[in-house]
Every structure is written in structure tokens, then in C-alpha cells.
Design a protein around this ligand. Structure first.
Ligand SMILES: NC(=O)c1ccc[n+]([C@@H]2O[C@H](COP(=O)([O-])OP(=O)(O)OC[C@H]3O[C@@H](n4cnc5c(N)ncnc54)[C@H](O)[C@@H]3O)[C@@H](O)[C@H]2O)c1
Ligand SMILES: *[C@@H]1O[C@H](CO)[C@@H](O)[C@H](O)[C@H]1NC(C)=O
Ligand SMILES: *[C@@H]1O[C@H](CO)[C@@H](O)[C@H](O)[C@H]1NC(C)=O
Ligand SMILES: *[C@@H]1O[C@H](CO)[C@@H](O)[C@H](O)[C@H]1NC(C)=O
Length: 391
């Protein structure tokens, strides 16, 4: 008895020591090769983890969507070629979610089909939120090909890669610009789509491609048609920071903040003779926090083989004059306003009926106080006069 015991002990000890040495060795090897330790969490499907590819995730809406997805424990890959987005926004997200397997950034161009296919074969995506696009109505009338290329053609490339790699869910960023200027307000999802500028037409074509494809596919598809997006992260981590060279095409909120900061002399309101109560255009302003909430709800309720199309707006129209007043109050600056003639490609009045998304996805806008949304965005603008800093 004593004899056998004495003989066994060193044996067990030896095995334990060997196991420990081997484990340490393996961990060391894994740590040494970032190809394995760094990317494998993104390249395999994991039970209970939904991995979302966020295209255009360095942009305004995409970065806010990525933040919300990360907060809700999704695994996120951002792809962006930084043509319009900000690496600074990605860095903020990386700082908030540094743990392995949470957030990955891939630099690349969605117009490059070879790159897109490589990305899909090297990563195990469960869903795609496709935000990447060029998105200025005015610019689209000047450079239509840029719009058909970077919206319509790139969406086709992404869809082909999704189909080839069996990705199950697509959430597509569309726009109220696909409706053009319908006579009847508010706009419902069944309102006929007759877009009147290349931006709206390019998005409508992309929708059509997705719809035709989905007739013979089991992909779960949600098309969200946003109205005018404003605001920023209430906790002040992210904001809207368009490139200086895009200022002239800019949206009203960006222009209002620049006027308040003094980087532009004042606001130019284009069109005062529209058939609206105060003559200025009427829009439906949706806060980005509500918008990304709609995306998460759409992702949660997307059903295989089905397409859901939803307006994402507040259902309430506000005139440009009202907007400017709210902006003056939010910034506390007496902004100079010039009233000019109409801009080509613009429409008089656009607001949504968002009741379908409430009925079917239980989504409703919560941040509907224009001045409050602008105040939140203004706080970020004031403390980030240089945007996210150098790109
Ligand atoms: N902002 C709005 O009011 C609004 C309204 C309706 C719909 N949308 C849609 O929402 C989406 C996001 O808009 P946003 O306001 O955040 O714009 P944004 O310009 O801030 O973001 C778009 C992002 O896509 C990236 N991108 C563009 N082309 C790319 C390419 N070829 N490859 C890789 N990345 C590329 C840009 O670098 C940028 O980061 C767009 O599809 C837009 O049409 C926006
Ligand atoms: C981004 O992609 C576009 C094509 O959509 C390309 O023309 C442009 O050069 C790219 N920009 C960068 C910075 O890679
Ligand atoms: C969009 O497409 C055009 C080609 O039509 C290209 O020159 C441009 O760089 C592309 N990218 C962006 C972000 O505009
Ligand atoms: C709808 O959302 C609200 C919160 O906005 C929640 O309180 C309610 O339980 C939800 N209803 C259903 C049926 O999921």
C-alpha cells in the first residue's frame, strides 16, 4: 500500500506540471498569433451571440447604431472606407467596448466586390445593417452617377455577398426621399413612390433590387424609410460631424450649429414660397436615438422570407422657420437667417404616418421635443468644435 502510494504521487504531480506547462505554452502561442486570437471570435458563429455587420458605421447614424448594438450585447463589425465618416467615432466605440469579440473595424470600400466577398468569407455575420451611402439631396442633383454608384450599385454588391454567404437578415437604410412629393399627407408605406431627385431614385432602385431578390429568398428583410434625422447620443459620446467640404450640401441641423459656432455667417433658408402655412418647407424630424431603437426592434422582429417596410418618423411636420427658432433657443445664439429661392430637388411638405411600425414593432418616437434634441446635439458640437479631430 505504502509502496504504491509513494510511487503514484510523483506521477500525478508530473502530469499536473505537464498539463500546466502545455496550457501556458498554448496560451502563449495563441497570444503570439493575432490572426487566431484577434479575429476568430468574429469568424465563427457563437450560440446566443448575434454578430451584426454595420456598413457605414463610422458615419453619423451608423456610429449611433453600433453604440446601441454594443450596449445591447450584440457583436459588431463596422465596415467603412472613411470617405465621409470619422475614425474618431470608431475610436470612441473601441474605447467603450475594448473586450475581445465585441467590436471590430474593417477599412474598405463596398464598391469593391472582391473586398466585400473576402470580408464575408472571413467573418461570420448573422445580420447586416446597411447604412453606407452618400446622402445629400443637393449633391445628388449635381453628381447623379456618384449616387447611383454608391447607393444602388453598392447595395447590389452587398446583397450578392449576403446571398452567397447565406446571411439571414438585412436591415436597409432607406429614406422618405423615395416618395418624392406625394399629394396626400401624411405619408404611409403604401403611398406611391415617385422620387424626384437622384438620391431618392437611387434608394428606390436599391429597394426594388432588395424586394425582387426577397421574393425568392428566405432572407429576413426590413426596409426602414427614415425622415429627417437629427440629434445625437444623449450621453454626449457621439455626434454628427460631416466633412467641411460637404458643408455646402449640408443638412439643416449641421448648418444651424455651424451658424451658431460662427464657422458660417448665418443660415440660408432655401424656399419661402412653398404652399405651406409659413411658406418654408415642412419636414418630420426624427431623433437618432429613436431611429437606432427602431433598427434594434426591426432586427429583433425580422422574419425569415418576409419583408417589412416601415416609415420611421414622428408623424409631426415642422416648418423650417420653426426649426430655426428651436435652434436659436437650443444654442442661445441669435443666428442670422437669409431667405433665398428654392433649391433644386427639394419638396414642400413631407411628414410620416408612423402607425405601422408602432403596430407591428411596438416602436414609437420618444424624443419628439425639437429643441431638446437640438440641445443635446449642440452640447456635443460646442465641446467638439473640430468634430472628431483630424480624420
Ligand atoms: N441623415 C439623414 O437625415 C438620413 C435620412 C434618411 C436616410 N438616411 C440614410 O442613412 C444612412 C446613413 O446616413 P448618415 O447620415 O449617417 O450618413 P454619413 O455620411 O454620416 O454616413 C455614411 C457612411 O458610409 C460610409 N461610406 C460611404 N460610401 C462607402 C463605401 N463605398 N464603402 C464604405 N463605406 C462607405 C461613409 O464613409 C460614412 O461613414 C444612409 O444610407 C442615408 O441614405 C439618412
Ligand atoms: C471610398 O470608396 C469610393 C467608392 O465608393 C472611392 O471612390 C473612394 O476613393 C474611397 N475612399 C477612400 C478614402 O478609400
Ligand atoms: C462614389 O462613386 C463615384 C463614382 O461614380 C466615385 O468617384 C466616388 O469616389 C464614390 N464614393 C463616394 C464616397 O462618393
Ligand atoms: C411596447 O413597448 C413598451 C415600451 O416602449 C413596453 O412597455 C411594452 O411592454 C411593449 N409592448 C409589447 C406588447 O411588447
Amino acid at each position: 500500500m505504502n509502496f504504491t502510494d509513494a510511487k503514484r504521487k510523483p506521477n500525478v504531480l508530473g502530469k499536473v506540471v505537464l498539463a500546466v506547462v502545455l496550457t501556458v505554452f498554448c496560451v502563449f502561442i495563441l497570444k503570439q498569433s493575432p490572426g487566431i486570437a484577434g479575429t476568430n471570435m468574429f469568424s465563427v458563429h457563437e450560440l446566443g451571440v448575434t454578430h451584426v455587420l454595420v456598413t457605414g458605421g463610422a458615419g453619423f447614424i451608423g456610429s449611433h447604431a453600433a453604440l446601441r448594438l454594443l450596449k445591447d450585447n450584440y457583436r459588431v463589425t463596422i465596415v467603412d472606407n472613411l470617405s465621409r465618416g470619422n475614425m474618431g467615432a470608431v475610436r470612441i466605440l473601441q474605447g467603450l467596448y475594448p473586450e475581445p469579440g465585441r467590436l471590430q473595424f474593417i477599412y474598405g470600400d463596398l464598391g469593391d466586390a472582391k473586398f466585400v466577398n473576402k470580408m464575408f468569407s472571413e467573418n461570420a455575420f448573422d445580420a447586416v445593417m446597411h447604412f453606407a451611402a452618400v446622402a445629400y439631396v443637393g449633391e445628388s442633383t449635381l453628381e447623379p452617377l456618384r449616387y447611383y454608384h454608391n447607393i444602388t450599385a453598392n447595395t447590389l454588391t452587398v446583397l450578392e455577398a449576403m446571398a452567397a454567404h447565406g446571411i439571414k437578415t438585412l436591415i436597409y437604410s432607406s429614406t422618405c426621399a423615395t416618395y418624392g412629393e406625394p399629394e396626400k399627407m401624411p405619408i404611409i408605406e403604401a403611398t406611391p413612390q415617385f422620387p424626384i431627385n437622384p438620391y431618392g431614385k437611387a434608394k428606390k432602385m436599391a429597394e426594388d433590387i432588395i424586394l425582387d431578390f426577397s421574393k425568392n429568398s428566405d432572407m429576413a428583410v426590413m426596409i426602414l424609410r427614415y425622415f429627417n434625422v437629427i440629434g445625437s447620443d444623449p450621453e454626449g459620446r457621439l455626434g454628427e460631424a460631416p466633412r467641411p467640404e460637404l458643408r455646402e450640401h449640408g443638412r439643416i441641423s449641421a448648418a444651424c450649429f455651424e451658424a451658431a459656432l460662427g464657422t458660417i455667417p448665418g443660415l440660408k433658408v432655401r424656399g419661402t414660397d412653398y404652399n405651406t402655412p409659413d411658406g418654408t418647407g415642412i419636414r418630420d424630424y426624427i431623433d437618432v436615438t429613436d431611429l437606432v431603437d427602431a433598427h434594434v426592434k426591426a432586427l429583433g422582429k425580422a422574419q425569415s422570407g418576409k419583408v417589412g417596410i416601415y416609415n420611421v418618423g414622428t408623424g409631426k411636420g415642422r416648418s423650417v422657420k420653426e426649426f430655426v427658432e428651436a435652434c436659436k433657443k437650443a444654442t442661445g445664439v441669435e443666428i442670422k437667417v437669409d431667405f433665398l429661392s428654392r433649391r433644386p430637388g427639394d419638396y414642400a411638405e413631407v411628414y410620416s404616418d408612423p402607425s405601422k411600425i408602432y403596430r407591428e414593432l411596438n416602436w414609437t418616437a420618444k424624443y419628439t421635443d425639437l429643441q431638446e434634441s437640438l440641445s443635446v446635439a449642440w452640447r456635443w458640437q460646442k465641446s467638439h468644435r473640430n468634430g472628431y479631430g483630424s480624420p
